[in-house]
Design a protein around this ligand. Structure first.
Ligand code: F6P
Length: 317
């Protein structure tokens, strides 16, 4: 029997728990012994590694976040702690790892493989959808659905009060969440880090719309733009001439009941990850593309800025 472990690293996403559940079930089906590593790379270093049973993952499908915890480990960047992690894995006879995480997590893993030969498969997991080489990252669909509900709710109060609402989404330096939310909510303005903007370009048009009877504006802005949401709201108030409010969605975007799409993608990502490790893919990231699932080398994935889909961007102009 071979032993295999799973861990989560970096920001949690909805979809991690379905992935963990399927990891345990599919490993057992494949004749492997599954292990859970708690609190990301910190758990590897501190030997927080436990053999998993069906009971450990029962009922977790519907829960956001991750029941095994996640962390952004600084210690794992140091070779002495990676050596400690390797000793812990050896003690459990584990030489294969499935890691749910992002760019930074995969880079650490690659170094670990080169030093100690622990095989791995990364599963792209971040609501930002900014990992190079994959069109989809686990958690994005659930986050978009949460943002949708929030925007629809804010619209109700914006319309009732004749107000402009500036709604800030997460995404770090990537405007994907804001842009897709804008296109699918029919908001009036979208600002993302990838596109330079000048608010004054919108002033005349917005004032004209108010004169013609528009009661409210919704502006979806990504957290990575040059101004903060409050400044945009002040521009609406002072320049366009409409009362305004800010709504920063924050971490509610990361949690919540995983969507059907994320549950299904978790299932598929994990299947491919385990199959890859049992096959010929010793150090890869499983990516989802228009051609289907592909195993990519770390160098193709980590350390690159993923360009936002030009087709989506073109809809803004
Ligand atoms: O990378 C995911 C993400 O949610 C970003 O969108 C956001 O900028 C960041 O993590 C927030 O990090 P933290 O949870 O550490 O505040």
């Amino acid at each position: 029997m071979k032993n295999i472990a799973i861990l989560c690293s970096g920001g949690d996403v909805s979809g991690m728990n379905p992935a963990i559940k399927h990891f345990v079930e599919y490993s057992l089906k494949k004749g492997l012994i599954p292990y859970l590593v708690y609190d990301g790379y910190e758990g590897l270093i501190d030997n927080n590694i436990k053999k998993a049973t069906y009971n450990d993952v029962a009922g977790i499908m519907i829960r956001g976040g991750t029941v095994i915890g996640s962390a952004r480990s600084k210690r794992f960047m140091q070779s002495e702690f990676r050596a400690q992690a390797k000793r812990n894995l050896d003690a459990h006879n584990i030489d294969m790892l499935v890691v749910l995480g992002g760019d930074g997590s995969f880079r650490g893993l690659h170094t670990f493989y080169k030093e100690h030969g622990i095989k791995f498969c990364g599963v792209p997991s971040t609501i930002d959808n900014d990992i190079n080489g994959t069109d989809y990252c686990l958690g994005v669909d659930t986050a978009l659905n949460i943002i949708k509900v929030a925007i629809d709710a804010v619209r109700d109060t914006a319309a009732s009060f004749r107000r402009a609402f500036v709604i800030e989404t997460m995404g770090r330096d990537c405007g994907y969440l804001a842009l897709v939310s804008h296109l699918t909510s029919g908001s009036e303005l979208c600002l993302i880090p990838e596109l330079p903007y000048n608010l004054q370009d919108y002033k005349e048009e917005f004032q004209k719309q108010i004169k013609n009877g528009r009661r409210y504006f919704l502006a979806i802005v990504s957290e990575g733009i040059k101004q903060d949401a409050q400044e945009i709201a002040e521009w609406f108030e002072n320049e366009v001439g409409i009362e305004s409010r800010v709504s920063v969605l924050g971490h509610i975007q990361r949690g919540g009941n995983p969507s059907i799409y994320d549950r299904l993608m978790a299932y598929k990502f994990v299947n491919y990850a385990i199959d890859g490790l049992l096959g010929e893919h010793d150090e890869s990231v499983i990516c989802y593309t228009k051609q289907g699932f592909v195993y990519r080398a770390i160098d193709e994935v980590a350390g690159h800025i993923k360009p936002l889909d030009p087709e989506l961007i073109s809809y803004l102009s």
